[in-house]
Design a binder for this molecule. Structure first.
Ligand SMILES: Nc1ncnc2c1ncn2[C@@H]1O[C@H](COP(=O)(O)OP(=O)(O)OP(=O)(O)O)[C@@H](O)[C@H]1O
Length: 506
């Protein structure tokens, strides 16, 4: 049998007292798609960062095609044939597709070889079914296209092993099929792939084999993912069964949030066009739609980040005047933004400070204009415990938390203040199955206590499970609203394409 494309042996890596990886063995054969699974903070990203040269391991070795290699940085990794597509892309937005591919690659004469680059791009596109217009600037590409460019970039630099860290988290369901077709084609042509995902149905559909990490160690291996149930995989990851949440019936009260004829302008995304909707106390309204159909403007208006051009909004009977986050918060609004890195937690502050930031001037955390560090720390400690946020403690830099734990911290921050209305975008993106279940239970409990919740999401199964009603956005408008009992994935999918207009009776 030929040597594995890549083999990691006994990899150990600690951050202070945290053993992020402990004696991990992993290998990938040519033509193999390996799933790398584990709870948030289990050590997946750390292990891949070791493979890609971002971290030096404390112990262990890496072999490429049977030979030991030292990987100290991404250039070493690329030279060894290892390419990585990170969750956050590393592209130059003003440069074109072709220019991004050519950055740092001089041609034979020392000058940039555009013609050679173009020929190679065309060849890679054809070989794996990954097409992109070479002359478009990156800023004009959709998120899915930017990801395609990152994949092409790795292949362009000769990657034989491609690591993808939660690639489907940023894709619309319709884009996932295209990605999977390309990955299967790469594997069929002898490349190796490491696929990190929390979506177990995707892992079962795509991968040939899986390695499961728990608390930094290998907790188990799955040899036939397609024949293993998601429940079995979840148990390996978490160490216990994951039970679906119970949805208790609640009787919705009066409307706590009403939008009437809201239109926007001057927004980077699709503007809103005459949007009217309401959510009642004790009700969850799901907002479905293909990303880019006005969801961001809707979330920004509701959270006071964007003032509408026309229309009115009321919260708990009070008309919003200024549209500032502070005003909305004072009226009882909680907000969990989509992008937790830039608009969520401030990642270079200590976790505790970041968790109280929106309310730092309130009595709970300051007195007579002076901060109360003991109260801030106590609050963070309480939330870390309640939400099982895996971190060394409240004073750790927020940016050192794993993606999923950062999301839990953001949820803890907003839910602790018992909002009357909560707006959340992609609430469980990047969360492991246990953490996602925990968040669902939190929403359902708040719903039972009378909070009105708007959930913007692309995961239709999640929306159907959580919501009382689902509104579909299309080109900045509400294309229709359905009670969840009447909604199916097929029906919502049709409405998301602009067809099948359905207006709910008022
Ligand atoms: N640069 C760092 N400094 C300190 N601690 C870190 C650092 N990077 C990771 N950790 C810690 O190491 C552990 C493993 O984190 P890692 O990001 O590898 O997990 P993960 O499995 O990728 O999680 P997720 O699914 O949430 O992305 C976590 O406890 C995390 O807080």
């Amino acid at each position: 049998m030929s040597a594995p494309l890549i083999e990691m042996r006994g990899i150990t890596k600690s951050f202070g007292a945290v053993k992020a990886n402990e004696a991990v063995d992993l290998s990938v054969a040519p033509g193999e798609i390996l799933g790398l699974l584990g709870e948030n903070g289990a050590g997946k990203t750390t292990l891949m960062n070791v493979l890609f040269g971002a971290y030096a391991p404390d112990a262990g070795e890496i072999m490429v095609e049977g030979k030991p290699v030292s990987i100290h940085n991404s250039a070493d990794a690329l030279a060894a044939g290892i390419g990585m597509v990170h969750q956050h892309f590393h592209l130059a937005p003003r440069l074109t597709v072709l220019e991004n591919l050519l950055i740092g690659i001089p041609g034979k004469s020392g000058r940039i070889d555009r013609a050679g680059g173009l020929a190679r791009l065309t060849e890679i596109s054809r070989q794996y079914g990954l097409s992109l217009d070479p002359n478009l600037p990156v800023s004009a590409l959709s998120v899915g296209e930017q990801q395609r460019l990152e994949i092409i970039k790795a292949l362009f630099r000769g990657a034989k092993l491609l690591i993808l860290d939660e690639p489907t988290a940023v894709l619309a369901p319709s884009e996932v099929d295209g990605l999977f077709a390309a990955l299967r084609s790469m594997a069929a042509q002898g490349l190796g792939i490491i696929f990190i995902s929390h979506k177990l149905n995707e892992v079962r559909a795509l991968t040939h084999r899986c390695v499961v990490l728990r608390h930094g160690k290998v907790a188990g291996r799955v040899d036939h993912p397609a024949q293993t149930t998601s429940a079995e995989m979840a148990k390996l990851m978490c160490g216990h069964e994951i039970v679906p949440p119970v949805r208790e019936a609640s009787t919705p009260g009066a409307s706590v949030l009403t939008l009437d004829g809201i239109s926007t302008a001057g927004h980077a995304g699709t503007p809103l066009r005459d949007v009217s909707l309401f959510v009642r106390a004790g009700e969850i309204l799901g907002i479905a739609g293909v990303s880019g159909n006005g969801q961001r403007a809707l979330a920004d208006v509701i959270s006071g980040m964007l003032a509408p051009r026309a229309g009115t909004m009321t919260i708990a009977g009070k008309t919003v005047a200024q549209f500032s986050p502070r005003e909305l918060q004072a009226l009882g609004l909680g907000r969990i933004p989509e992008d937790r890195m830039t608009t969520g937690l401030v990642t270079n502050l200590p976790l505790a400070d970041s968790m109280v930031l929106p309310r730092i001037g309130t009595e709970a955390f300051s007195r007579k204009g002076l901060l109360n560090p003991a109260a801030i720390r106590a609050f963070a400690e309480e939330q870390i415990k309640a939400y099982d946020i895996r971190c060394p403690g409240p004073m750790v830099r927020a940016g050192a938390l794993s993606g999923g734990n950062l999301q839990k911290a953001l949820l803890a921050r907003e839910l602790a203040f018992d909002p009357k209305v909560l707006i959340v975008s992609q609430p469980t993106r990047g969360l492991d199955i246990g953490a996602a279940r925990f968040i669902h239970e939190k929403f359902l409990a708040m719903h039972a206590r009378g909070c009105g919740i708007i959930v913007i999401g692309e995961d239709l199964e999640e929306l159907l499970m959580l919501s009382d009603r689902i509104a579909v956005m299309y080109e900045g408008r509400i294309a229709g609203t359905l009670p969840s009992a009447d909604a199916t994935i097929a029906r919502l999918g049709l409405m998301m394409t602009g067809a099948g207009h359905t207006e709910e009776a008022a």
